[in-house]
Design a binder for this molecule. Structure first.
Ligand SMILES: NC(=O)c1ccc[n+]([C@@H]2O[C@H](COP(=O)([O-])OP(=O)(O)OC[C@H]3O[C@@H](n4cnc5c(N)ncnc54)[C@H](OP(=O)(O)O)[C@@H]3O)[C@@H](O)[C@H]2O)c1
Length: 314
């Protein structure tokens, strides 16, 4: 029986957030539409993108992923059925940082590309410590009041700045972050576990961990001697060089075999079971890759399985 939707502030989302950095990068428009259709047909409603995706591709400007999603929602006429998350502040130099003028200009560009009048969840992509949290929150609050943004969230922020942001929101009665998007998976736990997760827990924030599959490593397709044809191979494959990566893979193999599940599903189910995590965030480049990710909604690991995986990743 499939897991039910999760709550992020006023939003109700599917237990798998679908990553959008592939759209306009490793997936062209046709392939992206196919992945989006398959995700929606399976009940998925939570899309993650950013104004900078995918500016690293030669010839791209950034905004290609938002454009794909906007065109797809327009073509399918399903805007109201989709929860769209996008991010600001990590773009090409003139769109970098979180100065109020940058946020105010860039939200308009995101809305245009997404072909919508509101963004459901708007993240600061990477914190900008040159801007006081008061200025960032006040600017985001104005967007909420104007109806351009429904909920606000933060990605790549320290516990200290997160706490300061939340304290200011509470004291001033302005919009408050409802979610955090940290780098978090079985081979990368240090950024989130500890003070940042504690701050999120204290304030009831929902975590939406990115790189949930460690760029593909946690699917189990990177093995000693195997050649993987992927734009991510050099980064994802490096985890095989660490003892931790090898231990995690062995534990994933064991749990996956015992449960008759894909390695990727087990990796996502471990994340989904961690405190504060609302939905793991992972991408699929092709329709074939999607079922293993969607299956996280149906796989609940036992305490013994969780402990085995946690110990292997220590
Ligand atoms: N806030 C931030 O700073 C930040 C940073 C990074 C990402 N993100 C967000 O997080 C999302 C997820 O991160 P990510 O997409 O970079 O990495 P990821 O989800 O950890 O890895 C996804 C990649 O793994 C491979 N894969 C997925 N399912 C597979 C399967 N069943 N079998 C084999 N291979 C499979 C695919 O790549 P190949 O087929 O190409 O190998 C896919 O693109 C992004 O799309 C983006 O929305 C946010």
């Amino acid at each position: 029986m499939a897991d039910t939707h999760r709550t992020i502030g006023s939003l109700s989302v599917h237990p798998l957030a679908l990553g959008g950095n592939v759209f306009g990068w490793t997936a062209d428009e046709k392939q992206s539409f196919a992945v989006l259709d398959a995700y929606a047909e399976a009940g998925g409603n939570f899309l993650d993108t950013a104004d900078v995706y995918s500016a690293w591709v030669p010839g791209n400007q950034g905004g290609e992923s938002e454009t794909v999603i906007g065109d797809w929602m327009a073509a399918r006429g399903n805007r109201d059925a989709v929860v769209v998350a996008t991010k600001v502040g990590h773009g090409v130099p003139e769109h970098r940082g979180l100065k109020p003028a940058v946020i105010k200009a860039d939200v308009e560009a995101s809305l245009r590309r997404l072909r919508t009048d509101r963004i459901d969840l708007y993240y600061t992509h990477v914190d900008d410590e040159s801007v006081p949290v008061e200025d960032i929150i006040t600017t985001l609050d104005a967007l909420v009041k104007e109806g351009k943004v429904r909920e606000i969230a933060a990605s790549n922020i320290t516990a200290e700045r997160l706490r300061a942001s939340l304290a200011f929101s509470e004291a001033s009665g302005l919009a408050k972050y409802v979610a955090i998007q940290p780098h978090y998976n079985l081979v990368s736990r240090d950024t989130y576990e500890g003070d940042l997760a504690a701050a999120a827990a204290e304030h009831g924030l929902a975590a939406v961990p990115y790189f949930a599959l460690a760029s593909g490593f946690l699917t189990g397709k990177y093995r000693p001697g195997a050649t993987v044809d992927s734009a991510r191979a050099s980064g994802a494959g490096k985890h095989l060089e660490s003892e931790r990566g090898v231990r995690v893979l062995a534990a994933l193999d064991e749990v996956a075999a015992a449960r008759g599940a894909e390695v990727a599903t087990v990796a996502l189910a471990w994340l989904a079971a961690q405190p504060t995590v609302a939905t793991p965030l992972a991408s699929a480049r092709t329709v074939d890759q999607l079922p293993a990710l969607l299956a996280v909604a149906d796989l609940k690991l036992t305490d013994t399985e969780l402990t085995k995986l946690t110990a292997a990743s220590a």
